[in-house]
Design a protein around this ligand. Structure first.
Ligand code: MG
Length: 268
């Protein structure tokens, strides 16, 4: 199942189930509205069903408390910064105010001269949990979506820690929807690719993560309680690079979808 949040006719966002023609839906791509919040409780179809192209998708989840991100989780990415894979997972937080949806602008701040894309697999947590052993990780995962861990590379180096460099408003695009039907084995080997203005930049597979999804859920939940709607970003492969205002950046993960955002200069 693909769960999205959407806005139609300028109303409030609501959740919906996306049905794609490519999956044999028997009709063009549509979104069927559901009532309630699938991260919290049961939902029901409202009966409203509209063409996907006629609605505006927004972030499929606004994390209840946090986005926990993993640094240097692909060896080839660590190597491109003359670094190595850390002995333990390296984690940091992105504020939930950094989250935007597909098609929403990434705002290029005036304080940076080196704004980078980082395409990543995102894990959406479905249950309140703490100290989850890796062999039970599937029980607490709601689904998966696509993320861009937008980073001011110069501020990241200058600040020595990453809160500002990765925490600006708009620096955590998520979407286009949450896929709930993939097993841990399936997400363990998906292609992941980033393009800038259509030109390939990153191309890898999730099988090249140093620590896989289950191990990351175990590690993150060893020190912090995860809430339904919290998100774990699993790290980026090699090939990161700069973006400029006017650029269009797309991250595609096999079996999940494509997340596209435009970069815009900050208005004064
Ligand atoms: Mg990252």
């Amino acid at each position: 199942m693909r769960i999205a949040r959407f806005v139609a006719d300028g109303g409030d966002p609501s959740y919906g189930i996306v049905e794609l023609e490519q999956d044999g839906a028997g009709h063009p791509d549509t979104i069927a509205a559901i009532s309630g919040d699938p991260l919290v409780g049961p939902v029901n179809y409202t009966g409203e069903r509209v063409p996907l192209g006629e609605v505006r998708l927004v972030a499929p989840v606004i994390p209840r408390s946090k986005v926990v991100a993993i640094g240097k989780n692909y060896a080839a990415h660590a190597a491109e910064f003359n670094s190595s894979v850390p002995a333990e997972p390296l984690t940091f937080l992105k504020p939930n105010t950094s989250v935007i949806g597909p098609g929403e602008p990434i705002v290029y701040p005036p304080e940076t001269e080196n704004l980078h894309f980082e395409g990543e697999l995102a894990v959406v947590i479905g249950r309140i949990c703490r100290r989850v052993p890796r062999d039970r990780a599937a029980e607490v995962i709601f689904g998966y979506t696509v993320a861009n861990d937008v980073t001011c590379r110069d501020l990241q180096a200058r600040d020595k820690q990453w809160t500002r460099a990765k925490g600006y408003d708009t620096f955590c695009p998520l979407g286009p929807w949450i896929v709930t039907h993939l097993s841990l084995d399936e997400v363990g080997d998906l292609s992941i690719a980033t393009t800038l203005n259509g030109v390939p930049q990153q191309s890898s597979r999730t099988s090249l993560m140093v620590r896989g999804v289950a191990e990351l859920v175990e590690f993150v939940s060893s020190y912090t309680t995860l809430l339904p709607g919290d998100v774990i970003l699993t790290g980026t492969p090699e090939g990161v690079g700069p973006m400029q205002p006017g650029d269009s950046v797309s991250v595609t993960i096999e079996s999940i979808g494509t997340l596209t955002n435009l970069v815009v200069a900050e208005e004064n």
